[in-house]
Each structure stands twice: as C-alpha cells, then as structure tokens.
Design a protein around this ligand. Sequence first.
Ligand code: GLC
Length: 719
Amino acid sequence: MKPYENEIQALLSQMTIAEKVGQLQQCGPSLVGAFEVSFEELLDMMFDGRISHEEFERLMGTAEQDYHEEALRAGRIGSYNGIADPEIVNRLQKIAVEETRLGIPLLFGYDVIHGFRTVGPIPLGEACAWEPDLWRRTARLAAQEATAAGIHMTFAPMVDVAKDARWGRVSEGAGEDPVVSSAYGVAKVQGFQTEDLSRPDAMAACIKHFAAYGAAEAGRDYNRVDLSPQRLYEEYLPPFEACIQAGARAVMPAFNDISGVPCTGNRWLLQDVLRRDWGFTGVTVSDSNAIAECVVHGYSRDKAQAAADAITAGVDIDMSSDVYVSELDRLVENGTVPMEALDRAVADVLRLKFELGLFEHPYRTDPDRAARDINRPEDRALAREAAEKSVVLLKNDGILPLQPEKRIGVWGDLAFSREDMLGAWAVGADGNLCVSLADGLTNQNISFVSLQGETGLAEVASCDVILAAVGETKDQSGEAASRADIGLPEGQEERVRQLVDTGKPVIAIVFAGRPLAIPYLAEHAAAILIAWHPGVEAGNALAEILYGAVNPSGKLTTTFPYTTGQCPMYYAHTNTGRPGGRSKFTSKYLDTPLEPVWPFGYGLSYTTYAYQDLQASRNGSGALSVSVTVSNTGDRSGDETVQCYFRAPAARRVRPVRQLAAFQKVHLEPGEAQTVSFSIPIQSLGYYTPDMQYTVAPGTYAVYAGGSSRDCLETQVAL
Ligand code: GLC
C-alpha cells in the first residue's frame, strides 16, 4: 500500500469536489496595480513603445502582490510558486491551516536551480566538475537556505539532455550525455531530499522537463520535438528514470510535444512510462500555463478539453493556468472526467504533503536562519569550490598560471559585472553578493589596467598580458533565450581582434550559458578559460585559477562547434554510411571543419597526464571490467576525470561511434600513477531494436579510456 493511504482516503472522503480541485491549483502572486490594463498588457505597451520605460516603472511602483487570499480561504488553492519570503509563507499557511474547512496545509514550490541565496555555477558549469559528491553538497546547501525561507519543493534538477547549443536552456542542465545527466540528477535529488523528506531542511525535488525538451527542433525554445521512440529511450529518458529510482518525489512535464502529443496531455508518457513502468508515486506539476497551452498547440479543442486531457493523462497540479479551477468541477460533476481521476491526482498531492510532514509541522520556515545565515563564509567557500571545479581550461600556450609581476590589462564589461555572474535562473538571488572578475583580482591585491572605453587600446602598451572577458550576459541563456548565432555577442570579437593585433598575449575568459562558436579565440588567444556563469564566488575562483593557486580540472559536458551551422553537434553521433573524410562524397560541410573545436569530455590542466595499459574483460558476475593506468607526468598535483567509452558492434540499429559508459575523478600528485577500474553492467550497453526490444548486441566491443571523448586508448572485448 502506498504511504499515508489511510490518512489520504479519510481526507478524500470528507472533501467536496471544489476542495479536491482546489488542491490541484497552484498559483503565484500576481501583480495588481493602479493601472487599468493587465500586467501582461502593460508589458506589451512598454515593449512596443506605447509607454516609456520610466512610465512603466512608475506604474509598477503602484503595483501590489495579490496572493489570492479569498480563493485560499475557500479551499481553492493547494500550493503556491514564486514566494520566498518566510513571513508571507507563514501568513498564507496560517490561512490554509486555520481558516479553511479541512485545514489542509499548503505546499510552496520555487525554482532553486543552482543555489538559493548562495548561488553557485550554472548547472552546465557545475556539471563540468564531474563530481557527484560536490553536486550533492551544493544541493544540500541550497535546500537548507530555501527551506528556511519556507520552500518545500524545488523545480529542479533540470535533467534535459541537450545537444543543440542554440537552445538557451542548455545552461540549466548537465549537457549532452545521458550518463552524466543521470549522475548529476541523482546527486541533486539526494542533496535536496536527503533520506528523510520530513526533515525541516529537506525539500522535494521536482525533476524536469519530462521529456525531451532539450530536443526542441532547431534549438528554438518551446519548439516541436520529433524523436524515434528508440532515441527517446536511449538518450533522453534515462536521467529521469535514474532520478525516479533515486526517489524524486515530483515531475514536471515539458512544454513541448513529443511527436505531436504535448507532454502535458500525454497519457503514454505520464501514466504508462512514468507510473506503470517506473513505479512513480509522487506528484506531477504542469509547467507554467502548460495546460492552457494544450489548446494553443492545437491538441485540445478548448480549455474544458485541456483540463480533461491533462487530468486523465496524469497531470496532478495545474501551475498558473487556472484551467483546472475553471473547468474541472463541472467536468467531474457531469461525468466527463471520472471522480477516480480527480481523486488520484488529489491523493498524489496529499501524499507529498504528508511525506513532507506538513500536516504535523505546517510552519517549517526559519525566518531567523533565513535572515541570519545568508552569505556565511563556509557557504561561500563551497560556492567557490564549485566555481573552481566548473571552470574548463581549453587552451594554454604556457602563459597560465600568470606570474604575479606581469602587468595585466582587463577588457570586457563582463569582467566588471557582478549580476551576470549569477547566470540564468538565480531567481531571488542578490547580484551584489557576487564577486566579479575585477573584484577577484583586487581581492588578491593584483593591480590591473582597465582597457574599457575608447582610450582602452592606448593603455595596452603598458601591459604585459591582456585578460579579455567575453561571452554572454546572464540574460542571453536560460528560458526563452535561444540564439540563432552562438558566436560571441555583437562587437566582442572585433575588439578582441584589436587586442590581439597589439601583439600582447590575450587570455580569453569566456562567460556563457552554452557552448559558443569561438574559432577565432581558439586560434589566436594565448589561453582560454570557459567560466560559464560561476556564481557568487566567480572572481575569487578565477583569480585562484589565473595565478595558479588552483589547478583547473573542469571537463566539458557539451561539444563546442566551429559554427552555429554545425548545431546540433555531439560526440555520440552515428557513423553514417559515408563518415566525413577527405573524399568529397562523405558526410561533412563544404565550409566548416568536420570536427568540433573542443569535444565532449575535454579540459586541460596545469599539469599533464598519460594513459597506459588499458584492459577490458568480461568478469565472472557478467559485468564488463575495464582498467586503465593514468599518471601525472607534470610538476604539480591535479584532478583528472578518467572517462570510459564503448562502441557496440554492428546491430539491428546503427549505434553511436562512442558512448560514455562510466567516469571517475582521481587526484594525482606529480609523478603519481593510479590504476582506475570500472565495473560496467553489460545490460547497460544495450539498445532498442526497431521493434522496441531492449537488447545487448553480441560481438566485439571497442572500449576506450582517456581524458576526453577524443583522446583515448582503445582495446576490444568480446561480449
Ligand atoms: C518556467 C519554466 C520551468 C519553471 C516554471 C516555474 O516556465 O519552464 O522550468 O520551473 O516556469 O517558474
């Protein structure tokens, strides 16, 4: 029997249809101002110039937050999103518990994606640490800060595999590979939830966006997704299944359709796969307004049908579309929607509230902690560790680490920006808490010349080295931030060329929420660090790396193409019948190299590593045993992520030329060698046949191990 079943049934037996539908209603505070039009209309008026920005701000100044207290008192709201003030949380909770007929406590959800107040690197950056223990620890800190503010559920981790760098939300996940994304998602679920969800500092993980949102056609956000069931199961579903097995208690269906059926109305996805096949017993929360958008998709005829489609498909909570509260009562009363469908959804919501302990302890906020423990040194130290481990050294002609006596010039707005260090989805965080690159240099007592502005170039002559901070602001990635050109934003490359033309060595520090097409930098910069958006400790982490106190160890979890035109570009591609090569009639472009600038898994260090003695065999327990010896051949210690890949033999469907099977990060002192071993379940090497039978192809497998998807030793093993 599912947990709390008796308590749930006892409550259901007392609830009216109106109260049941109320439990499925999730809303956020809405703005009500002294203006005649809706907030959305006011925004449009500003965007199209009918009112000035100043006028918009003035009118916004008259706006107040409407928390819909009357609907709450009537038992018509079951949860909120977007509230992170413990006083407001407690006030609303008090209404729910003391002023509604049944006193069912509220659930508060929030987007705690990569930190709450102490914001760390964006997920795509933190993924480059390849370190589950770190991912868990940063999630734990986020949960401690968020729960003190009254948050019970986070809409995270986002585990959408993403292979198209044009898509802005690649920033929010762990990259292009299902194995890395699975490990990342599991660690985040464990960090957010712990083993006991009723702990006051535990919060439910709502994994998202289910499913294949990262496969949006052309990398354009919200666009259609058309995938074979085989690729869906082999490449996009595994991180979600791994997170469900790790105990994730909520799932958010994606905005997109899959082959014509919106996830929000997709019974096969939400009932057959998620609940029947994977045994999920938690809550599904629609994405914002997604139920209403089933009509816009052209899938549901009207809002009434959208309500019926969503509830029968298995969407429990309606986030911010108001479709359930406007349609569902009548649909159940007239028998269009069976009471069982409504009861099942309400039971899921009540179950999560019981698991969170909200019936016994509805006031889980800790206003003192929320106010007191922000910006603690130990928390910032963790954010700095995560930032240091997320930075990827892509090129170094030897200029790094910098010598302290070198006189440096600094160019680029991003070098002086604190706010942009937060990156996408740092909702509610304070950019002033961030250390910019310039701050970080100053904190290390490193003086530098600013090369900003028209006179900047003239100052170059007095410098030995130039730090060029290039890339994207925090608003150029994340949701609704697809880019049709993933090169450096407007004007940056032109200035970098001028800096390079001075003859002084240029070190590029690239802030980004996605892989960028930066072939000019690859060729002409003396060194390149990909910093992503590193969070509150950005500048301190970068200064430590630039001057060698920290040896960079990050490895890419996404492929860096030469040009946007190569997108989507990823390492686990199939061979085709004519793999790109010298001959004309092979799979390639006339105007762009075949290979990426930097491949998946790639990242340099201030030391060097050598790999030898790769061995692979089938062991007695039916697993694939792989071992490889890695040694530190340089003069300083470092951390190396050893990656193990495989290529399957000919099979009934073509298979990728390389697939990550496992990875392990090791610390090596200068001269030290370690033999790293992997035990890989042979079942994990399988694939789906054309008739969707999961099978492991017999034959000889190629096995690879090394420091990137490209630089590997190879051996074979018969399985
Ligand atoms: C957004 C996002 C989703 C987020 C939700 C609540 O539209 O798609 O990731 O959790 O709304 O903010």
